[in-house]
Design a protein around this ligand. Sequence first.
Ligand SMILES: C[S@@+](CC[C@H](N)C(=O)[O-])C[C@H]1O[C@@H](n2cnc3c(N)ncnc32)[C@H](O)[C@@H]1O
Length: 301
Amino acid sequence: MAAEVLSALSPKAGGRYADGTLGGAGHAANILAASSPTGCLYGCDRDGAAIEAAQKRLEKEFPGRFELRRGNFAEMAGWIPAAGCDGVLLDLGVSSPQLDSPERGFSFQHDGPLDMRMDTRQATTAAELVNGAEADELAKIFWEYGDERESRRFARAITQDRQRRRFESTRQLAELIERLSPRHGKKAHPATKVFQALRIAVNDEIGSLKRGLEAAVAVLKPGGRLAVITFHSLEDRVVKDFGRVRTRDYTFAGGVDVPELREPRTPELKWVARKAMKPGEAELNENPRSRSAQLRVLEKI
Ligand SMILES: C[S@@+](CC[C@H](N)C(=O)[O-])C[C@H]1O[C@@H](n2cnc3c(N)ncnc32)[C@H](O)[C@@H]1O
């Protein structure tokens, strides 16, 4: 959604931008190019390999115009000046290099260690959850983060199976789920939701997103824009709810929204586009992974 992001942030010379999810630095390079010759960019990613690749890519084309840090975007307000940015981008989820590297353990398409950490300095891996969590906890993860209807059955089978041998590889887990729920001509692999749910849990993606949205607003200037690309309904709901609350022109006491308890206030944010934007036909053909992407844009008042 390169064109949509550029149109949402409309980068200009002299502007300052933050990309909380650098990945391969595709959007970052576009923002720097569009804000030439003096625009600058703060970039972060939890993944050390992404930071290294982004550094190499950007220093060739845009020397001296960016500052990169490895870390969670939820912590960006700790190093990016408050109210210093004209635009912030969060392009959530996993990158193609992460999905396509078997050793990172994100994908059931390749065999690799059951890892799934975006930040490999973190202690908890997917193997630790799969081998250590109680059946109830695993079922909750599969249900809440994967919307998996068979969450309890899968969780029970995992806890039984692991008494014989630990789960160490992505293939081992994918094969168990496939045995429990054969494909019968279905398009999606039966382990799709379980893998998504484990990844979200391992990386605390929902908690990071909630804190990251707060941090993004803190680093935006009045008039600055926040663009968020989500890849599943759970993430999109967090962004929508955040926007709904922050664009309200009233507060209310006691946690109950009844008209008598409303107090007027100036909202912090406004929607730039109330409806989520989706990738066009051409992008879907070129990059099928973008099929579930949605872009929402808010502006700081
Ligand atoms: C969809 S990719 C981004 C692709 C990138 N925008 C590009 O143009 O190539 C998502 C990236 O965000 C990173 N990421 C996800 N959650 C993060 C978080 N809470 N803090 C920092 N980076 C995060 C992942 O490691 C991954 O590299």
